[in-house]
Design a protein around this ligand. Structure first.
Ligand SMILES: NC(=O)c1ccc[n+]([C@@H]2O[C@H](COP(=O)([O-])OP(=O)(O)OC[C@H]3O[C@@H](n4cnc5c(N)ncnc54)[C@H](O)[C@@H]3O)[C@@H](O)[C@H]2O)c1
Length: 282
């Protein structure tokens, strides 16, 4: 999809970080934008900022883990703008700990937002795009953690591998039926956002995961430091996303430093070697 001006974007997780940067770039390209997020106050402030800058936007408060919310967002999108051309399934949360210490509530929360949130977006919006029969594009946010192996944050890694698989399947299905809908999967490493403050959106009734393993605790700390000090800006990342839409490129890899790790994983699998930690920050 080359020309974005006048078209309609729907962006989840739009009140912060990557979602907000992509939303700003879409608006600058002349798109009409549906800004969707679970955090009402942050969303209100972002909607105000966009309107002050003369952009045509609506805000929709949504919990992407609930299909009824995402379906309502689709209705509100059509009521406001009549169409949808770009869906960015981006809202996500992270949680730490080992696989065995991660609470069942955390598995539910992370999989609910990161995996079911993407599935809900695809389920609600793909039929609308197919019926429109116009050029459109869906981008799902995974992570480099969806392509390689590493210890800690197991629920997050599992969720991101699932997003890669969902995206590849969706791409192949839409491609073989000759639709005009492109698909991409976004796989960044560290981006300077509030991802390690995901707790702010954790449902109050869910037990938090902790770890007694000092190595895992150190790796979590190192990841948090990497987001702060070894990261790219959300604005730089947003450029990659819009470039990929325009070029109809499926895999959006934004951190050359980590792409070699993907080859190592594939080679380990083919050689019958055991997994190694490919997510070191050095
Ligand atoms: N920051 C990184 O280093 C990094 C790296 C790889 C992938 N990602 C992915 O990027 C995506 C965006 O995260 P970010 O880094 O911008 O973090 P962020 O915390 O700054 O933004 C995430 C946004 O999602 C919203 N959100 C959380 N739960 C939600 C829910 N249930 N329904 C709707 N909205 C919800 C939050 O309110 C927030 O505005 C996530 O999927 C994350 O996993 C981030």
């Amino acid at each position: 999809m080359q020309n974005l001006s006048g078209r309609v974007a729907v962006i989840t997780g739009a009140a912060s970080g990557i979602g907000l940067a992509v939303a700003r770039l879409c608006a600058e390209e002349g798109m009409r934008v549906v800004l969707a997020d679970i955090e009402q106050a942050a969303l209100d402030s972002v909607v105000g900022e966009f309107r002050e800058n003369g952009h045509d936007v609506i805000g929709v408060q949504v919990d992407v883990s609930k299909y009824a919310d995402v379906e309502r967002m689709a209705h509100e999108t059509l009521a406001a703008f009549g169409k949808v051309h770009f869906l960015f399934n981006n809202a996500g949360v992270s949680s730490g700990s080992t696989v065995w210490e991660t609470t069942l509530e955390d598995w539910d929360w992370v999989m609910g937002v990161n995996v079911m949130g993407v599935i809900h977006g695809i389920k609600a919006f793909t039929p609308i795009m197919l019926a429109q029969d116009e050029e459109a594009h869906i981008v799902n946010t995974a992570s480099i953690a969806g392509l390689i192996a590493g210890p800690s944050m197991g629920a997050y890694r599992v969720s991101k591998h699932a997003v890669v698989a969902i995206s590849e399947t969706l791409y192949l299905e839409l491609d073989q039926n000759g639709s005009k809908i492109g698909v991409s999967v976004l796989c960044p490493a560290w981006v300077k956002t509030r991802i390690f403050e995901s707790e702010r959106n954790r449902p109050k009734d869910k037990d938090i995961s902790t770890t007694t393993d000092p190595l895992i605790a150190a790796q979590l700390e190192s990841s948090q430091q990497a987001v702060l000090h070894d990261s790219i800006s959300p604005e730089e990342l947003a450029e990659h996303v819009l470039d990929a839409i325009k070029a109809d490129r499926f895999y959006i890899l934004t951190h050359p430093k980590y792409t070699g790790a993907i080859a190592y994983r594939m080679r380990d699998i083919l050689n019958g070697d055991n997994p190694r930690n490919l997510m070191t920050n050095s």
